[in-house]
Design a protein around this ligand. Structure first.
Ligand SMILES: [Zn+2]
Ligand SMILES: [Zn+2]
Length: 329
């Protein structure tokens, strides 16, 4: 069986399950493990049957729940070496600390001082300041420690927040086999350490995965040929982005050659270069601030409908806040 299940798509989190034969791969973990498992349940996917996690790049909307999920499931994580290094840097101990862990550390430090010298509890441990101190990762950090009730902890994670059950490196341009699925990683133009897209192949079905890319260079076009499913970014409407709420510097970043693909850029590709082979074209990573699903859909529909030979292509939009119904082959 071959199946493609988008659990979340967009700047608030990305995660997809790719199934081929007996193998299930989770692509990116941009949701907390709790939310990820909730979505998997909604999509009739069983977390305990996942065999591996593979990461496109280290931006938080793709890795926010990575370490906790991998440890909970006890499965290997596949990265490029540069992406792994960037992720390790990003997940520094200070950033990794949850509110509950930080409070506990303050208590222990205060207790140690009291024990030594009857010193007063230091003012720099005011919990009211915690929102500044506690990391952006807190929300997605270990669910087991996110409330005040003492629960069992995972010792490896406490010693090293970057601890993973197993780590596997891959390189863009060098296909790897994960169980029954052949994974071909390819370089994409995006402002991360070593970002990649993938073609997943199982049972003769090819599925291309290409979001988070500033434009579509020739190497990516070559990878997107002869696929049965094309998952491609349609991030923003150019006018909405220009007139929208983002600061100028962020607008420049999104628009740049290492930013995100606009509705127009996606449509231009579909109209002029796409080979029309896919049974499904799935638009993903839609911006909630600078796009509307209908604008993305209309742009892609126009592009596909302009080509009479492509009428069989089914167009779907991957949502941010709920899973897209599984696509089966
Ligand atoms: Zn992203
Ligand atoms: Zn990104």
């Amino acid at each position: 069986m071959v199946r493609f299940t988008v659990l979340a798509s967009g700047s608030k989190g990305n995660s997809t399950v790719v199934t081929g034969g007996k193998t299930r791969i989770l692509v990116d973990v941009g949701l907390s493990s709790r939310e990820l498992f909730r979505r998997m349940k909604l999509a009739n996917e069983d977390p305990s049957t996942l065999d591996a996690i593979i990461i496109t790049h280290e931006h938080s909307d793709h890795v926010a729940g990575l370490a906790v999920t991998a440890r909970k499931l006890g499965i290997p994580v596949y990265f490029t070496q540069a992406t792994h290094r960037a992720w390790v840097r990003w997940i520094s101990p200070r950033k990794q600390m949850t509110y509950a862990q930080w409070i506990e550390q303050c208590r222990q430090q205060a207790a140690a001082r009291m024990a030594e010298a009857d010193a007063p509890i230091p003012e720099d441990c005011d919990p009211e300041e915690s929102s500044e101190t506690v990391s952006e990762l807190a929300a997605s950090a270990d669910d087991d420690s996110s409330d005040a009730t003492p629960k069992k902890r995972k010792p490896a994670a406490e010693k090293d927040p970057t601890a993973l059950p197993a780590l596997q490196y891959f390189e863009a341009g060098k296909p790897i086999q994960i169980g029954d699925i052949c994974v071909s990683p390819f370089t994409i133009p995006h402002d991360a350490a070593d970002p990649v897209g993938f073609v997943f192949q199982a049972e003769g079905v090819r599925m291309a995965f290409a979001t988070d890319l500033g434009y579509i260079p020739p190497n990516v076009k070559a990878q997107l040929k002869s696929v049965d499913l094309l998952y491609i970014e349609s991030n923003h409407d150019l006018e909405m982005l220009r007139d929208g709420p983002y600061p100028w510097s962020v607008k420049q970043r999104v628009l740049s050659r290492v930013g995100h693909l606009s509705n127009d850029a996606c449509a231009t590709y579909l109209e002029s270069e796409y080979d029309g082979q896919a049974a499904y074209v799935v638009l993903g990573h839609l911006s909630e601030s600078n796009n509307l699903p209908e604008l993305a859909r209309i742009a892609a529909e126009r592009a596909l409908n302009g080509r009479a030979s492509l009428l069989a292509n089914r167009l779907l939009l991957a949502p941010q806040h709920e899973p897209l119904a599984a696509i089966s082959f």
